[in-house]
Design a protein around this ligand. Structure first.
Ligand code: SF4
Ligand code: SF4
Ligand code: FES
Length: 225
């Protein structure tokens, strides 16, 4: 297999033809944050949190979907890159509910972890939230789309791994939404014993009903003596 020599953060390294910048960087222990990317799914470059600086390129490039080329010189944590990532997280948080502290996914939320790593504090952008009713009709899955960041991992996971094609994208711009059928609440038998999309979701938008029930039970537990 043809090898390609590149430089990341001043260190020379090699990758195989067809590898992305992200794959080479991760292989060398360089941590680039990702949200819409999953190694099990086709990359789509939706969230832009994985951007890096490539010398000679006018714009920052998404590392999860950009293949390496011979002699590429890459900076994964330059001031320009960190500023762009911070702005992306702030924009996502500006449309995210404010109840992160009581979210059932709290410790596993990838968005929250990235925000903490980037030391995101006060959001500079005007807050504009999307509110959707919680969908808990299904006995197998609860959707809280107010927490959805439109990464489409659930859509791809259901298509590519489960091969059930339950989800689709609908509407445009700020109204973009992951929908089921003609924007109906999710309630499908095919979801029984399946948590493929839940395990891919980087936020608290998808969860198992029993996890929420367990969490609520734990919170209401009162020790009397
Ligand atoms: S639980 Fe499984 S079948 Fe149901 S929407 Fe998610 S991935 Fe598709
Ligand atoms: S529900 Fe979760 S996995 Fe699906 S698009 Fe929203 S944040 Fe991504
Ligand atoms: S992780 Fe690369 S664009 Fe989302």
């Amino acid at each position: 297999m043809k090898e390609i020599a590149i430089t990341i953060n001043g260190s020379q390294m090699r990758g195989r033809y067809g590898m992305t910048i992200l794959e080479v960087a991760k292989g060398k222990g360089i941590d680039i944050p990702t949200l819409c990317h999953s190694p099990e799914l086709t990359p789509i470059g939706a969230c832009r949190i994985c951007v890096v600086e490539v010398e000679g390129s006018r714009t920052l490039v998404g590392s999860c979907h950009t293949p390496i080329t011979q002699g590429m010189v890459i900076h994964t944590h330059s001031p320009k890159v960190l500023e762009a990532r911070k702005a992306i997280v702030e924009l996502l948080l500006a449309s995210h509910p404010d109840n992160c502290l009581v979210c059932d996914k709290a410790n596993q939320c990838e968005l929250r972890k990235i925000a903490a790593d980037l030391e995101v504090g006060l959001i500079r952008f005007r807050s504009r939230k999307r509110y959707y009713p919680i969908e808990d009709i299904s006995p197998y899955i609860v959707r809280d789309l107010s927490k959805c960041i439109l990464c489409r991992r659930c859509v791809r996971a259901c298509d590519e791994i489960k091969k059930a094609g339950v989800y689709a994208m609908a509407y445009r711009g700020f109204d973009s939404k992951v929908v089921v059928d003609l924007d109906e609440p999710l309630d499908k038998d095919v979801c029984r014993d399946c948590d493929v999309c839940i395990s891919q979701c980087p936020t608290g938008a998808l969860s198992r009903p029993y996890e929420i029930a367990k969490e609520k039970k734990g919170k209401s537990l009162v020790i009397t003596g």
